[in-house]
Write a protein that binds this ligand. Structure first.
Ligand code: CTP
Ligand code: CA
Length: 226
């Protein structure tokens, strides 16, 4: 049950959320991807909608259904996600990039199924565009939130990503920690702010992490335009 105080916290705010993995195709039957259930992004979308925001969820392929009162845009590749995000960037108040975007895609995509050959296979990959970094370069009023799923030196990498992507908050977790992995219903995160402050949370449900993140974003959204 929702308490009234939460219902209007993000009223009239436009929030863009990306979630899930991307798929980078080699041929019609094969692709490269990342681990990602999409649960974190979907939980944020659901909570933001409950708080009265106008939410668009740009989702890679996941097995979750769209949260109530959320506009869903389904994409496949990093490039499709980038285009979908930029089409809606100007009018957005907040962009939350929880998607696990592929960093590389096969340099060549074949129209026909590749047949297997004898012996090992070599394949060349090229870089995809860093969506969050591009958003950071074109940021004006938007609050930009990125994620960093790391296996070591979490704080170091989180702060580096905060700076290199011109983000306002990085939500970092160590995926090797019990309860902070990809497919579970819980997470252990720390919020790193561009002003140098941080907030470490304990093990929480992804719903609760979503709520904590939106609370963290609220003062930044309300500061905008002043
Ligand atoms: N990201 C993005 N576009 C990409 C790659 C990453 O928008 N092509 C975003 C992710 O959605 C996330 C943030 O950047 O919010 C950090 O992603 P992460 O994979 O942790 O960082 P990278 O910069 O890709 O660095 P690395 O994978 O080497 O750690
Ligand atoms: Ca990456």
């Amino acid at each position: 049950k929702l308490s009234d105080q939460h219902m209007y916290k993000l009223k009239n705010k436009k929030i863009l959320i990306t979630a899930g993995p991307t798929r980078e195709h080699v041929d019609p039957v094969r692709f490269f991807t990342n681990h990602s259930s999409g649960k974190m992004g979907y939980a944020i979308a659901e909570k933001a909608a409950q708080w009265g925001a106008d939410v668009t969820l740009i989702s890679g392929p996941v097995s979750l259904s769209a949260p109530e009162n959320v506009e869903i845009v389904r994409v496949d590749t990093a490039e499709e996600m980038r285009i979908a995000v930029f089409e809606r960037y100007r009018e957005a108040d907040v962009v939350i990039k929880s998607a696990a975007v592929a960093d590389y895609r096969p340099s060549v995509q074949y129209d026909e199924k590749m047949k297997k050959q004898e012996g090992p296979m070599k394949m060349e990959f090229e870089r995809t565009i860093d969506i969050l970094k591009s958003l950071g370069e074109e940021k004006d009023h938007q609050v930009l939130v990125g994620f960093a799923a790391e296996t070591q030196d979490v704080e170091y990498h989180a702060i580096k990503k905060l700076q290199s992507k011109n983000a306002d908050i990085i939500v970092a977790n160590n995926i090797k920690q019990e309860g902070a992995g990809f497919s579970g219903d819980t997470n252990i995160v720390t919020f790193y702010h561009r002003d140098g402050t941080k907030k470490a949370l304990t093990l929480l449900s992804k719903e609760k992490v979503a709520e904590e993140l939106l609370e963290e974003i609220l003062p930044l959204v309300n500061r905008e335009g002043q």
